[in-house]
Design a protein around this ligand. Structure first.
Ligand code: SAM
Ligand code: SF4
Length: 339
């Protein structure tokens, strides 16, 4: 990829939120917590030390951040994530606060969840204004699911999926594929999701786990996922869009996605920016450094100052996975950052 670095050292003070490579940002992933009811080995340490609650942005602070990104920086989609966002109390009320920001330009409010808390919260989330939810489900085998998620209950996830549907939420499923764990689930998961009429995306295992278990040979690349499916089904590629997933038409009817961050990264068209639950801006999942938004926020900075901090953080965004291509040494992993 040729460098598109502009000669200016500083970001434009107004206009679209852009980085040095002329990629503009429209999507904000906002993490609500590092805590989780699961211990997925590909994400979470075995014995996590949770961040002190005082370090987490309050819902008032999170709303201010959201408002800033929407009103000043052109963000039109927000995805709430974590950890497990729904282990934090009061999330439906927070969604309602975001819903009230639509007049400023917010068009979509989404969430990524492991699904378990949805049996209790799906209806309230839909009523509050949540548009859609991605639910993670790595296997249809209860024992395998339990192993991968460190004790997760597959039946509770399936119940959460039903609750999300009944509540009328837009729904997609995510499955991380890891060699030696669940590559045999590619076909059954696809056939089940097809039968249920729910979109499914497989995700390649990324080197962002907290336990150091990632190895290149444990990544099941997009090509192999598709070859496994081709043994049972007709699979045709669909032209790639700006979405992170590459889509395939299965049996001329169903659209299946693969997020191949490792074997076929989408970094050149990335339009996301991330803010952690402690108010750090990570312009990329693979950024080794972050920018602190919480300190100026708590020190009374006005919106002009916060906008300046956010624009600078995004401007310094690196190329992405393509420049790291291995473990990223930093103090945060997937559960803290929000996948
Ligand atoms: N707890 C929620 C969930 O599991 O859906 C939201 C947070 S989780 C960090 C977001 C997504 O990141 C999930 O779909 C999860 O499977 C994925 N993920 C976590 N660690 C990963 C890794 N090392 N490689 C690829 N995907 C990962
Ligand atoms: Fe929790 Fe999601 Fe990480 Fe699993 S992937 S440990 S459910 S945050």
């Amino acid at each position: 990829m040729s460098e598109l670095i502009t000669p200016e050292e500083f970001p434009p003070a107004a206009g679209p939120l852009v980085d040095r490579f002329a990629r503009s940002k429209h999507k904000l992933r906002l993490s609500l917590t590092d805590r989780c009811n699961f211990r997925c080995h590909y994400c979470m340490p075995e014995e996590p030390e949770w961040l002190p609650k005082s370090e987490l942005l309050t819902f008032e602070e999170l709303e201010r951040v959201a408002r800033l990104f929407i009103h000043r920086l052109g963000i039109d989609s927000i995805r709430l994530t974590g950890g497990e966002p729904l282990v934090r109390r009061g999330v439906p009320d927070f969604v309602a606060r975001l819903d009230a920001l639509r007049g400023l330009g917010l068009r979509r409010i989404s969430m990524t969840s492991n699904g378990v808390p949805l049996r209790r919260h799906a209806a309230a989330l839909a009523a509050a204004g949540l548009d859609d939810i991605n639910i993670s489900i790595d296997s249809l085998d209860p024992e395998r699911f339990r192993r991968m998620t460190g004790g997760g209950d597959l039946a509770a996830v399936l119940e959460g999926i039903r609750a999300a549907r009944d509540a009328g939420l837009g729904l997609k499923l995510n499955a991380v594929v890891i060699r030696g764990d669940n590559e045999d689930d590619v076909v059954p998961l696809t056939e089940w999701a097809m039968g249920e009429g729910i979109s499914l995306r497989f995700i390649e295992f990324m080197p962002l786990d907290a336990r150091g278990g990632w190895q290149p040979q444990r990544v099941v690349p997009e090509r192999e996922i598709i070859e496994r499916l081709e043994q049972r089904h007709a699979v045709e590629p669909v032209p790639r869009t700006r979405e992170p997933a590459t889509y395939y038409r299965v049996d001329d009817a169903y659209h299946l996605g693969v997020i191949s961050t490792v074997s076929n990264p989408f970094c050149s068209t990335c339009d996301r920016v991330r803010v952690t639950a402690t108010g750090e801006i990570y312009p990329c999942l693979f950024s080794p450094v972050n920018t602190d938004l919480k300190t100026p926020l708590r020190d009374g900075a006005d919106d002009d100052e916060l906008e300046h901090v956010a624009r600078g953080a995004v401007w310094r965004k690196g190329r992405g996975f393509v420049e790291s291509a291995g473990y990223v040494q930093r103090a945060i992993t997937m559960h803290g950052l929000g996948g």
